[in-house]
Design a protein. Structure first.
Length: 137
């Protein structure tokens, strides 16, 4: 009778056992796929941010050379804003993805860039596409 009771318990508990095993296998597979997907998303998003910051930096350095060569009294405000923008870009934490104020700092850089463009009377159009990124006017 004890043998038949064990067999009966095995049949009744099979559903619970298979559900538990399936859950564990699914959890392990989902975790590994989540890590892969997260890494791909992080790489793509980081490349977009890096491309955007790089365009701002190139724009700022070019204008620094232009304004420095023909500096007038009215260009002093532009130079102050430009130096502030360059300082913000240089302090940006490129190598720390866990930096908790990353998006705040990025928004501040975008705002300073827009302020500088306003002082120059240019309308920038930053685009990220499959062919690459670019800044046009």
């Amino acid at each position: 009778m004890a043998g038949s009771q064990d067999m009966f318990d095995a049949i009744v508990m099979a559903d619970e056992r298979f559900r538990g095993e399936g859950y564990q296998e699914g959890y392990e597979e989902g975790s590994s796929l989540g890590i892969i997907e997260g890494r791909q998303y992080g790489t793509l998003h980081g490349a977009k941010i890096g491309s955007e910051i790089g365009c701002y930096q190139g724009f700022a350095f070019a204008w620094k050379c232009l304004l420095h060569s023909c500096a007038t009294e009215k260009d002093s405000r532009k130079m102050k804003v430009l130096d502030s923008l360059i300082g913000m870009i240089q302090k940006f934490p490129y190598d720390d993805p866990t930096y908790d104020k990353l998006h705040e700092d990025l928004d501040k850089i975008r705002g300073k860039f827009k302020q500088f463009c306003s002082l120059l009377n240019v309308q920038p159009d930053f685009k990220i596409s499959a062919e690459g990124s670019g800044l046009s006017f």
